[in-house]
Design a protein around this ligand. Structure first.
Ligand code: SAM
Ligand code: FES
Length: 351
């Protein structure tokens, strides 16, 4: 039965609701192995043995939002806050460029100091100095006008996980002022403007059911994002979800393979959270169908402060060490890091 479902998913890229429910509920080692074998076939068809590299620059951990799971939420008074200057961010890009990065991901909390004017000025500088690089933003929920300004300044991509497509679970994980409707509105606006968009969800967040996950799959099928970021929920000790059980590596790997079969050309990162719950999580992620890794380019002095969850990896490493380590990790499983920007296949920028 499982094999039949997987064969259908491989052929048709989709199952009906009940098929997905049973596929996930009845997963075991042999079916996971078969699923990941199929996912690697699809991955090889479109990407060969190439893995794309993104340099993550966590430029501010100051946040006006209050997601219950997140270590840098507004109400976490114990978080030591920082904000990089434009010069410091450009230094990260410079170092990253020298290591071969051709995509910079600028990520932060929802920091009001970074006005649209400041964000646009930063994007323009990076665009001017590194015209062959992609600029990805991950700075949260904004108005369509703001998103348009960033795009016109030269940003190419935007990461905004929907976190969960279940309104009930979304409500449980966020304060009242944050709504799933607005999150989805943002993703639709971003797509409409012409960004390559990245959505995605946390797995095994407290209260999440298999039905919720299936809801995520249908939501993604409708949205058709260019990138999908998924990873396990990991508790942070100074949040309301402290002490809750962390997600495991196994479900994330299974879902990566499902996503690869549903979206053969999607950009799918093996995330830091996956590397945190398993020392070889990122390698396993690639072998399950992922094709992107996002080493950290943030300066060493602030890495230990962008703590979304406990025990985050690579917080003590130099950027140089991280990119070297990634290269070796990918080689060890027979994959190669691509030196290109790694745009979504078929994507053409329209301004
Ligand atoms: N502020 C931006 C936003 O909300 O999209 C970007 C930063 S936010 C910290 C990036 C992602 O971290 C979130 O989309 C969420 O999925 C993930 N995250 C936050 N807390 C987490 C946790 N405890 N475990 C796993 N992932 C977490
Ligand atoms: Fe703001 Fe997590 S609550 S980045």
């Amino acid at each position: 039965e499982q094999k039949k479902r997987i064969d259908r998913l491989y052929e048709e890229g989709m199952l009906e609701r009940n098929g997905f429910l049973r596929l996930i509920c009845e997963r075991d080692e042999p079916s996971a192995a078969y699923l990941s074998e199929k996912a690697r076939l699809r991955q090889a068809e479109h990407f060969g043995k190439n893995v794309y590299l993104r340099g993550l620059i966590e430029f501010s951990n100051i946040c006006a939002s209050n997601c219950l799971y997140c270590g840098i939420r507004r109400d976490n008074k114990k978080a030591v806050r920082y904000r990089l200057t434009e010069e410091e961010i450009l230094d990260c890009c410079r170092a990253g460029y020298a290591f071969g990065f051709r995509t910079f991901v600028l990520q932060s909390g929802e920091d009001p100091w970074w006005s649209d004017e400041k964000v646009c000025a930063l994007i323009r500088r990076i665009r001017k100095e590194y015209s062959d690089c992609a600029i990805t933003l991950s700075i949260g929920e904004k108005t369509k006008e703001s998103y348009r300004k960033y795009f016109e300044a030269g940003a190419d991509r935007y990461l905004l996980r929907h976190e969960t497509a279940s309104p009930k679970l979304y409500r449980k994980l966020h304060p009242l002022e944050q709504t799933l409707e607005n999150r989805i509105r943002c993703l639709c606006d971003l797509k409409d403007i012409g960004y390559q968009i990245g959505a995605g969800m946390m797995l095994e967040a407290p209260g999440q059911t298999v039905e919720d996950l299936v809801e995520d799959l249908f939501f993604l099928k409708k949205l058709q994002p260019d990138m999908i970021g998924i990873g396990p929920f990991i508790p942070h000790s100074d949040t309301p979800l402290s002490g809750r059980k962390a997600g495991g590596v196994e479900l994330t790997l299974f879902m990566l393979s499902v996503l690869r079969l549903m979206f053969p050309k999607v950009l799918l990162p093996a995330t830091t959270a996956l590397g945190t719950v398993d020392p070889r999580g990122r390698e396993k992620g690639i072998l399950a169908g992922a094709n992107v890794i996002m080493p950290n380019l943030s300066p060493q002095a602030v890495r230990g402060k962008y703590l979304l969850y406990d025990n985050k990896i690579c917080t003590g490493d130099e950027p140089e060490k991280c990119s070297h380590c990634m290269e070796l990790r990918m080689k060890s499983i027979g994959y190669e890091i691509s030196g290109t920007r790694g745009d979504a296949p078929g994507w053409i920028r329209r301004v």
